[in-house]
Design a protein around this ligand. Sequence first.
Ligand code: GLP
Length: 241
Amino acid sequence: MKIIQTKDYSHLSRVAAEKIIHLIKQKPNAVLGLATGSTPKGVYEQLVLDHKQNQTTYQHIRTVNLDEYVGISADHPNSYHSFMRKNLFQYIDIHPNHTHIPNGKTDNLDKECLEYDQLIHKLSGIDLQLLGIGHNGHIGFNEPHTSFSSQTHVVQLAQSTREANSRFFSSIEDVPSQAITMGIQTIMNSKQILLLVSGKSKAKTLERLVNGFVTEAFPASILQQHPNVTIIADEDAMSIL
Ligand code: GLP
């Protein structure tokens, strides 16, 4: 794993955006794996700014998102569909049919998961997957003890994850208890991975990711075995490394 240290969050966001823009220029029909959470927001801001200033085009780009809550519709304000629309898609020239996010409101979740993996396969895989990380080492919504060989599947969210994400909802009871997430194997099949880590609260998590054992108890640890991972972390996140 390659580590790039940045001085702060806005620097981290610029460095990550530059890497994505570089790929788009090299491969205008690239498949981008996108993430939600607060960490990638700054990257999306930078991509929007660059699109306005330099007319970088997304006409042939396809995107697949990591995850979505189960039981809330795409137009729910806290769905990841809404997050992506609000933070990125509405500002760039991407074709709506080229953006893919699991449907958490389907009445056949197993079919949805299977079809999501088939879709990624049909797109010839993910060229670059953007990732954040949960405090407990989760990636996507793959909580501790998820099998490293998992494909897209339905997960029961850890109480700590629901608590962390309750800041976006009016109360913890409103945070869905399940989600659909790309599996760890799905993520590991990506050709390139950019993992963003920001802030003091993630310092221990990053230290364990870099120096800890590879174990299903800490899902992100598997990234140590991926051939092309770049961690972009700010000084605060790197503070105990
Ligand atoms: C959620 C998302 C993850 C994200 C994590 C950390 O659980 N499903 O993809 O990495 O939160 O979020 P944040 O960046 O807000 O710390």
